[in-house]
Ligand binder design. Structure first.
Ligand SMILES: O=C(O)CCC(=O)C(=O)O
Length: 223
């Protein structure tokens, strides 16, 4: 908890039972097949050479019961209860990021809090990789300690505005730069999770692999 409070994120390696992760992955395949175009938002490719499109879908657990059961009653709640010491942990929603091979769409730097309709400090996000997340498939990037700033950066203000605020106030580009020494790149395997405070600045690289998909879930919990 000390590291989580200090940095705003914490990697827990091998925290999840691999059979449960496989079962979740099967559910996510089903969600992808049932993909409802009205709720899916495409991520903009950073490179014009990107041959396939990446997308993010919000709160599919509202219409997919099995996904809801996995996220609202499964081991992720226990993990947050254990980490925070809270007896009341509530699933608030989630995002499913799908970056197919060669999709090259980065997730720009942002905080999750301003993307949501709610407020509050006691919200943690469990980021769950369903495929290996490597340098090639697009590592997560975190700016340690940024959850303790009073600043807010989120797409609610419009991406162009967020980019301008970040450039001016923090000297960082919202279009993630994997080589920036201030950002910590995190790779992860299925079974690992990264828990982050929803106010920490983070983003991720695009998937430059020729053959490997990159599917991740980002699940919000109030505690
Ligand atoms: O997995 C990703 O590419 C991005 C995840 C993310 O931005 C989030 O968890 O809020």
């Amino acid at each position: 908890m000390t590291i989580f409070r200090r940095d705003g994120y914490l990697a827990l390696r091998g925290a999840l039972d691999i059979d449960w992760v496989r079962s979740l992955k099967q559910v996510v395949r089903d969600v992808c097949q049932a993909q409802r175009l009205d709720v899916v938002r495409a991520l903009a490719p950073l490179s014009s050479q990107a041959s396939t499109q990446a997308w993010v879908e919000c709160d599919a657990s509202r219409w997919h019961d099995e996904l809801h059961r996995h996220l609202a009653q499964g081991p992720l709640c226990d993990l947050i209860a254990h980490l925070t010491g809270s007896e009341r942990v509530r699933h608030l929603g989630e995002q499913l990021f799908h970056k197919p091979p060669q999709s090259a769409a980065a997730t720009p730097l942002h905080q999750d809090m301003p993307c949501s309709q709610s407020d509050g400090e006691s919200v943690a996000v469990v980021w769950v990789p369903l495929d290996a997340v490597t340098h090639a498939t697009g590592p997560m990037l975190y700016l340690p300690g940024s959850h303790r700033w009073s600043k807010r950066f989120g797409p609610r203000e419009g991406n162009a505005k967020v980019t301008a605020i970040l450039d001016r106030q923090v000297g960082l580009s919202a279009d993630v730069c994997e080589n920036d020494p201030r950002l910590v790149a995190m790779r992860a395997l299925p079974g690992d999770v990264i828990v982050h405070d929803w106010r920490v600045l983070h983003g991720s690289g695009g998937n430059r692999s020729r053959s490997l998909p990159r599917r991740t879930l980002s699940v919000r919990f109030g505690y």
